[in-house]
Design a protein around this ligand. Structure first.
Ligand code: NI
Length: 254
C-alpha cells in the first residue's frame, strides 16, 4: 500500500503527550511517508522544531494562529524568520482569520495575518492559511497581497470562495470534514478543484474522518479522507494519494 503525506498535523498537542514517540514510529512504519507538524503559537515552536529534527519524515511549519495573536512580542516576525532558516522548517503558518468565537480582535487578526503573509513571501516560503467564518476579509486580503505560494487549509468554504481561491493560484487542502455527512460545501469545492491543486491533511488531533469521528485523530486516518476524495474525483484511492503526495512534495519542497 502506498504511504501517505499528512500536510497539516499538530503533533505538539498535549493529546499525544502519553504516546507521541510510539505513535509516530508506528505511523512511519506502517502507513505514513511524511508529516508537516504545525506550530500555531510562539510557545509551541520549540516543540515543532524538536519534532522536525527528531524524525526524518517530520517537517515543521511555524506561525501565529489568529486565536494566538495576543501578547505577541514585538520581535515575533524576526523569530519566525530565524526559525525558517532551519531546513526542516518548510512553511509559515498557520496564519489567517478566525471570527468563530465572540470578542475576537478583528483589526489585530488582520494585522498579524498580513505581516506574516508578507514575511513568508519575502522569504519565498509556502504559506498555510486558516480561515473560519471570515471568508470575506480573508479573500479581500488575499486579493490585495497575492501570496506566491499558499494553501487554504481545512477548506470548508463555499464553491464561490473555492473558485476564487483557485483563481488566485492557491492550493486547497481537505481534512476529515470531507467525509462528514453535512459536508456538502466541502464536497462541492473538492469537485471543482483541479487535481494538481489538491492536498490531504488531518489537522490532527482534531477532525477525525468518518468512521473515526470524535476519536483522537492521527495521520493514518487520512486514508478515509483520501478514499472520499478519490470517489469525488473519480480516481482510485491509491491514485488520489499519489497525486496529493506529489502536490505536497512540490508545494512544500519536501
Ligand atoms: Ni491546524
Amino acid at each position: 500500500m502506498i504511504k501517505l503525506i499528512d500536510t497539516h498535523a499538530h503533533y505538539d498537542d498535549e493529546a499525544y503527550d502519553k504516546d507521541r514517540d510510539i505513535l509516530l514510529k508506528k505511523l512511519f512504519d506502517e502507513s505514513v511517508k511524511k508529516v508537516i507538524t504545525v506550530g500555531c503559537a510562539l510557545d509551541r515552536w520549540e516543540d515543532t522544531l524538536r519534532l522536525a529534527e527528531s524524525y526524518e519524515g517530520v517537517y515543521g511549519a511555524v506561525g501565529i494562529h489568529p486565536e494566538d495573536i495576543y501578547g505577541l512580542p514585538e520581535d515575533y516576525l524576526a523569530r519566525i524568520e530565524d526559525l525558517a532558516k532551519n531546513p526542516k522548517i518548510v512553511a509559515i503558518g498557520e496564519m489567517g482569520l478566525d471570527y468563530h468565537y465572540e470578542n475576537f480582535d478583528r483589526e489585530k487578526q488582520i494585522k498579524v495575518f498580513t505581516e506574516q503573509l508578507r514575511l513568508a513571501d519575502r522569504l519565498d516560503m509556502p504559506i498555510i492559511i486558516h480561515s473560519r467564518d471570515a471568508a470575506e476579509d480573508t479573500m479581500r486580503i488575499l486579493r490585495a497581497e497575492k501570496p506566491k505560494k499558499a494553501v487554504m487549509h481545512c477548506f470548508s468554504g463555499s464553491c464561490e470562495t473555492a473558485a476564487e481561491v483557485l483563481s488566485l493560484g492557491l492550493y486547497i487542502s481537505f481534512t476529515g470534514v470531507l467525509t462528514f455527512k453535512n459536508a456538502k460545501k466541502a464536497v462541492e469545492a473538492c469537485a471543482l478543484a483541479p487535481l494538481d491543486r489538491l492536498m490531504l491533511e488531518t489537522d490532527c488531533p482534531y477532525m477525525a474522518p468518518v468512521p473515526f469521528r470524535g476519536e483522537r485523530c492521527d495521520s493514518s486516518m487520512i486514508m478515509s479522507t483520501a478514499a472520499k476524495m478519490a470517489e469525488i474525483k473519480g480516481v482510485s484511492t491509491e491514485e488520489m494519494i499519489e497525486i496529493c503526495n506529489k502536490n505536497a512534495e512540490r508545494f512544500f519542497g519536501i
